[in-house]
Design a protein around this ligand. Structure first.
Ligand code: SAH
Length: 255
């Protein structure tokens, strides 16, 4: 007699930037209803309140991303309801894409569900004011998997086209030169007074926020939990907020 494997569900869940009330109800429900919650320790720590004692937790401080996703998929293939948690949104520099790549490779027939989350660019923009009101681009400065020439080419393109630019993964202990080069490229096309917003640990206990300029941005603390938002040629600072005009006042006036 052959048994048909009973497939479960793998939900790739975005937990938002950190604050408990910025996780969506659907993400929270997915975590609460899972048989097993899988994730990097830092992100699991942010959702411990939603995990009941009977639920299994596979915390992977050391496990690499590929191994983590593979394990999550195997558990779903065994019939489990699995929640694989990622910070921010799971489809932005996180694990949603990797899961689909593995599904393709292993021909798993588990149901895959991507549960969106509030990305760092959303929470950081909200804290800074309204810097993403016009066309913007996100660029990760991590060259661990993307060749640096490709990143430079994209920086050149967005700098030239005057996109508001969100820099993810700007700097780590080992990667310190990328942010220096990114600023140089921006300065080839933008004024040194262009506003720059720097947010670290958005919505977490240790959140820090700084409004500065392209000229001075490197004087600020930038690390692994930092997102840098560089304004376009119209972005301005009003009080302690960074604003990119959408164009309403230019077209209609404010009266
Ligand atoms: N999936 C995440 C991004 C993961 S890449 C998302 O959607 O936001 C990791 C990078 O995200 C960090 O290096 C940093 O640039 C940014 N980041 C993540 N959480 C952040 C936070 N709370 N505050 C500021 N930046 C954050």
């Amino acid at each position: 007699m052959t048994t048909t494997p009973k497939n479960g569900t793998l939900a790739v869940v975005g937990t938002g930037p950190g604050a408990a009330d910025l996780i969506t109800p659907r993400a929270r429900q997915c975590i609460e209803q899972a048989d097993i919650v899988v994730g990097y320790k830092t992100y699991l720590d942010l959702v411990t309140d939603f995990i009941a004692p009977h639920q299994e937790v596979l915390s992977s401080a050391m496990m690499q991303e590929i191994e983590r996703c593979r394990r999550a998929l195997v558990l779903a293939d065994e019939g489990k309801q699995v929640a694989l948690v990622c910070g921010g949104d799971p489809g932005i520099y996180a694990m949603a894409g990797l899961v689909y790549e593995l599904v393709k490779e292993t021909s798993s027939s588990s149901r895959i569900e991507i549960i969106p989350g509030i990305a760092a660019l959303n929470s950081c923009a909200a804290i800074l004011g309204a810097p993403l009101m016009h066309d913007f681009a996100a660029i990760s400065l991590s060259d661990l998997m993307t060749p640096w020439q490709v990143i430079e080419k994209r920086l050149q393109a967005v700098a030239m086209a005057d996109f508001v630019t969100v820099l993810y993964n700007p700097k780590s202990k080992k990667r310190t030169t990328q942010i220096v080069r990114a600023r140089e490229i921006m300065l080839e096309h933008r004024d040194a007074a262009t506003p720059v917003g720097i947010v670290s640990g958005a919505t977490r206990a240790h959140e820090t926020v700084c409004l500065t300029s392209l000229a001075d941005m490197l004087d600020e603390e930038i690390g692994m939990q930092t997102t840098v938002i560089i304004g376009n040629s119209a972005t301005f600072i009003s009080g302690d907020k960074m604003v990119t005009p959408r164009g309403y006042t230019a077209k209609y006036g404010l009266k």
